[in-house]
Design a protein around this ligand. Sequence first.
Ligand code: PGA
Length: 341
Amino acid sequence: MMASVAMMMRAAAATTIQTTPSYSHLTARKTMTPSARTRKNHRMDNNNNNNRRRRRGELLQIVSEGTGRFIVGGNWKCNGTRESVKALVEALNKNVPNIEKNCDIYCCPTFLHLPYVKDNLNERFNVCAQNSWVEADLVDPEHHYDSTTGAFTGEISAEMLEDLQVPFVLLGHSERRTLLGDTDEIVGKKVAHARYHGLSVVVCVGETLEERENGTTFDVIFKQLKAVAKEIDDREHSSWGSSVVIAYEPIWAIGTGKVATPEQVQEVHSKIRSWLAENVSEDVAKATRIQYGGSVNASNCADLAKLSDIDGFLVGGASLNGDDFAAICNASSVHYKAVGR
Ligand code: PGA
């Protein structure tokens, strides 16, 4: 039964792969009309009914691989001089003819280098900011948090990223959570605010080694997901699949050279997808791209890409080398072949 469901989903996926990424949602800020509100209420009723039926065991919980395009991100973190960034941009541009067409790509330079990279990096690569901010104690029932420009020294707002036409923002990276105090709640608000300004978001989730060892990995990850879903679950879901990417990054694997095993990655990714199916919707669960991040490099990416529930990678260290990053992007072909697309 599950096998045939997976085959049907693959067949559906084959028809949904786009040859060029669509970012039409960038301009699609929505004011909800009465009919949209009615549709939303119906959808919420259906979701609630389905959740009740699922709890009674009446519905099959479909958990299978996603249907989105493979997506690879390069997180440059707090690295780079004008000279080294120029060299990396040139190395990436040189690799464009070698990069498969079947993969979405984004690169995250520092804010300082963002305009230069945006102007000089080949458009095969999207640019992505490493953060945008919201005020921690702001309460906004409309989930817009729409006042992040002004007297906030040292911060960068989603409005500015929108103005610069930066299409992606990375939110909730573990380095920001652990070193800079980004709580689950703040990450949720940042996601809502960035989406309100038309940005696609990459939301990082993941557990520490201690949490893995004491068996709370899924409690931690589901709590992180819940804080995000809470901020957007009463809004339109139609663009979630294309505009919210989840990056599973076990903290113990980041920058350590210690990669999670394929079994560990597959288990977490499929549980994230199940969580989305249960708590958001099955459509969103299928469409959401779930990336793995943590010591991914040009040598280990192919084995990981074979996993059915990996929809891409978030790469730190290895993204600073143009050839290695291009090789990791090309793991997309390994993935499509493994899942029969
Ligand atoms: P890494 O970093 O690839 O250097 O482990 C990944 C990340 O932090 O996004």
